[in-house]
Design a protein around this ligand. Structure first.
Ligand code: PGA
Length: 260
């Protein structure tokens, strides 16, 4: 596949960390450091911190994302948040299908598919997460698992939705690498990223496959990211733990910039 230049992107998934005071302090520290838009920088704080974080980044180069959403636009769904609501507090991105939601909250393939559709319909950019467990990798079914998760989540999506407007981001996050300190090797990650890009080409077209940005996620740190980001199909990172300290996250942002 022809190599196109995709703008690198790095998203900080703050998970269930940060009170509003901590989130504001972390955001202020990042605002003071991020001065160029060579890289799309996305902060994904907990729901209750979205608005305060947005207030601090709204006139800056940093963008806002949520960690989850519900697929219905409005209604009696206690505890849920819709795409419309996320957009109203400044979100441009939303993480969908994170493995913690799949595994701990029991989020189904069907729910994830509906969320991706609802996000795209609303003009939010889904950061769709896929990835295999350790048992799946060890039994040699990584490609099958990633194929099933990706194809299921994108059923009913047409290439126009990917190529025009907001677009799509896919994050490959091997479950065994998330929060474990055990990172995929650059070759392991590249192999799956290349497979994902081929799946996008098969399902949509070459242009969608070339435009969709693919993130690696799972124990990304400043000392293991340099080689990962050099791989041709890795366009950035989805970062958990290392996004909670301004200096480590900023170091990863700078490394993403070296991709250009
Ligand atoms: P980690 O989390 O960087 O702490 O491994 C990544 C993620 O879950 O998105």
């Amino acid at each position: 596949m022809k190599r196109t230049v995709r703008k690198p992107i790095i998203a900080g998934n703050w998970k269930m960390y940060t009170t509003v005071i901590e989130a504001s302090a972390l955001t202020r520290a990042l605002v003071a450091q991020v001065k160029t838009d060579d890289v799309d920088v996305v902060l994904c704080p907990p729901f209750v911190n979205l608005l305060p974080v947005f207030d601090l980044i709204k006139n800056t180069l940093i963008k806002l994302g949520a960690q989850n959403m519900f697929y219905e636009p409005i209604g009696a769904f206690t505890g849920e948040i819709s795409a419309v609501m996320l957009q109203a507090v400044g979100c441009e991105y939303v993480i969908i299908g994170h493995s913690e939601r799949r595994q701990i909250m029991g989020e189904s393939l069907d729910a994830i598919r509906r969320k991706v559709g609802a996000a795209l319909d609303q003009g939010l950019i889904p950061i769709l997460c896929v990835g295999e467990t350790l048992a799946e990798r060890e039994s040699g079914v990584t490609r099958d698992v990633v194929t099933r998760q990706l194809q299921s989540a994108l059923t009913g999506i047409i290439s126009k939705q990917i190529n025009s407007g907001s677009g799509l981001v896919v994050a490959y996050e091997p479950v065994w690498a998330i929060g474990t300190g055990r990172v995929a090797t650059p070759d392991q990650a590249q192999e799956v990223h290349q497979h994902i890009r081929q799946l996008l080409c098969d399902q949509f077209d070459v242009s969608a496959a070339e435009n969709v940005r693919l993130l690696y996620g799972g124990s990304v740190k400043p000392d293991n990211f340099a080689e990962l980001i050099l791989k041709p199909d890795i366009d950035g990172a989805l970062v958990g733990g290392a996004s909670l300290k301004a200096e480590t996250f900023f170091s990863l942002i700078q490394q993403c910039g070296s991709k250009l």
